[in-house]
Write a protein of this length. Structure first.
Length: 182
């Protein structure tokens, strides 16, 4: 089976929520699930992230959005921003992308909001205001129009105390659901 390749899809660095929003609208991913990763603290560490430039160095994300995509034989994490393969088996992704929870203070342990891709496309509102400062853009925006020019609920999706959208899991709970060791 030929797996999808990142270069075949719309991508803009540091706009993971939009990259995945567009990806969810592709027929091959329409029945997938979106995973919003965040912690109770303002950030959490991840390994193998291209934005850092060093796979073994933890990168501190305030949130990250990836896609859970299942085939008949395997569940993959689809991540534009990883040094790993664009479609990485879920067990490999978790083992290589996250530090052991025993090394982290509880507030920095990542949590995982999972919701159907169709719901994510329907509910996400992002006017990109989270990327603006009084002096300009933190990172220049993508060339395509904002998902929602005058509305933003991204904070609600990344706030792991808000249970309005999808379901929030720990890594251990996901490892039981998807039968992988973590």
């Amino acid at each position: 089976m030929n797996l999808p390749q990142r270069e075949h899809y719309a991508y803009h660095a540091r706009y993971c929520e939009e990259n995945i929003w567009w990806l969810c609208q592709q027929p091959e991913f329409a029945d997938s699930q979106v995973m919003v990763i965040a912690a109770l603290a303002e950030y959490f560490p991840m390994l193998c992230q291209r934005a850092d430039g060093l796979p073994e160095q933890p990168l501190l994300w305030d949130y990250h959005v990836v896609l859970l995509w299942s085939t008949q034989n395997q569940t993959y994490l689809v991540d534009f921003d990883t040094f790993l393969a664009f479609c990485t088996p879920i067990a490999d992704y978790f083992q290589r992308s996250f530090l052991a929870e025993t090394r982290l203070k509880p507030q920095f342990i990542p949590l995982f909001r999972v919701l159907p891709a169709r719901d994510y496309v329907r509910v996400l509102r992002s006017d990109r205001s989270h990327m603006k400062t009084p002096t300009g853009w933190l990172t220049p925006p993508p060339p395509w129009p904002a998902i929602s020019p005058h509305d933003n609920n991204l904070h609600q999706l990344t706030d792991m105390t808000d249970h309005h959208y999808g379901r929030i899991y720990t890594a251990s709970e996901l490892s039981q659901i998807y039968a992988f060791m973590y």
